[in-house]
Design a protein around this ligand. Structure first.
Ligand SMILES: Nc1ncnc2c1ncn2[C@@H]1O[C@H](COP(=O)(O)OP(=O)(O)OP(=O)(O)O)[C@@H](O)[C@H]1O
Ligand SMILES: [Mg+2]
Length: 325
């Protein structure tokens, strides 16, 4: 039992302590506020410096394996002897695919329905991991790293290799929150950094002027073309190095299509883009290289101009001239 006297002394000292605590906590709060402001400035600076040029850092891609940093690798994607099977190996979708994709280029995948374009595209950021019972042999290297090696951090890979799907799939939340979703999920909390990232991504996706006064409105209220550009902005906000687009304009009208195509041409300054398309005209308008697939095989892969003016393979010629497919 504590004697009463001591109790009083204790409560007195507690009051003193409380006064002290109030003063201290004010000082601490101010210090914290200043520190936060300084940190926010530093983060903004760091962000400014990283937004334009960002290399894939192998140590980030890997949780276990570590490799030296590779910079400005010319062939940012290398597909090596890739065989891909669905249904536990019983259904082959891709056979012995070999191709190298250069940095800051647009490559179009063309070919008739079912030839394996989407399968290959999805393999580049391991989206096929979500499909059960697939068997993959060979390698796909991103900046020199085989993304099918054990120890790859797939979530991190997908932030470096972004994807835009055929059907725009904005989340049923605000325009702002759609773009901020990725950065927030990566742990970025600073509101100013997120604001800047949202604006930058929407500008790059040529959507800022359309939506800047409606950022808090639902993304579902946007037109189809705007929704697709929002999905591009959302992918860009993750600051990827590579953008994969699976028929991104097939659900859009000609004007919205043109806008997305103009955007692709602008974006290739900063990104390497691979686009699947059924439109030969689109392939010639946007791509530097074209890969023609047939029944899971890569028939021909060359400069787009060459593919469309002077293809080497008769099958390519037949396809681009509309004789089949
Ligand atoms: N989840 C799956 N399970 C089993 N087979 C699949 C699956 N997805 C695709 N396939 C098969 O793999 C082959 C290649 O399909 P893929 O979707 O890659 O073709 P595609 O060239 O993108 O066609 P499209 O132009 O119609 O989109 C097809 O035979 C298809 O039926
Ligand atoms: Mg497809």
């Amino acid at each position: 039992m504590i004697p009463t006297k001591n109790k009083t002394e204790d409560s007195l000292s507690t009051v003193e302590l409380n006064d002290q605590t109030i003063i201290d906590s004010k000082a601490i709060k101010l210090e914290k506020k200043n520190k936060k402001a300084a940190e926010s400035e530093a983060k903004k600076e760091a962000f400014k410096n990283t937004i334009e040029v960002k290399e894939i850092e192998p140590q980030d891609l890997f949780t276990k394996v570590k490799k030296p940093l590779l910079k400005d690798r010319e062939n940012v994607i290398e597909v090596e002897n890739l065989d891909f099977y669905y249904s536990s190996g019983t259904k082959q979708a891709l056979s012995k695919i070999n191709m190298k994709i250069k940095q800051n280029t647009v490559t179009a995948f063309i070919g008739p329905s079912g030839c394996g374009k989407s399968t290959l595209l999805r393999s580049i950021n391991r989206m096929n991991d979500l499909v059960e019972n697939v068997v993959i042999q060979g390698a796909i290297k991103v900046n020199g790293i085989n993304i099918y090696e054990p120890g790859i951090n797939v979530a991190r890979l997908r932030t470096e290799v972004g994807m835009v799907f055929q059907k725009a799939n904005p989340f049923p939340i605000s325009i702002y929150d759609n773009v901020a979703f990725g950065p927030r999920s990566q742990g970025i909390r600073d509101k100013e950094v997120i604001n800047q990232l949202v604006e930058d991504s929407l500008r790059k996706a040529a959507l800022w002027d359309d939506v800047k006064d409606y950022l808090k409105d639902s993304a579902l209220g946007l037109s189809g073309g705007q929704q697709q550009r929002l999905c591009i902005a959302r992918a860009i906000a993750m600051r990827p190095k590579i953008l994969l687009m699976d028929e991104p304009t097939s659900a859009l009208d000609p004007i919205a299509t043109l806008k997305v195509e103009e955007l692709i041409l602008k974006l290739k300054k900063d990104y390497t883009i691979v686009i699947v398309t059924h439109s030969m005209a689109q392939a010639t308008r946007v791509s530097d290289y074209t890969a023609f697939f047939l029944s899971g095989e890569l028939v021909e892969y060359d400069r787009t101009k060459r593919i469309f003016t002077n293809p080497k393979d008769k099958k390519t010629e037949d396809y681009i001239s509309g004789r089949f497919g």
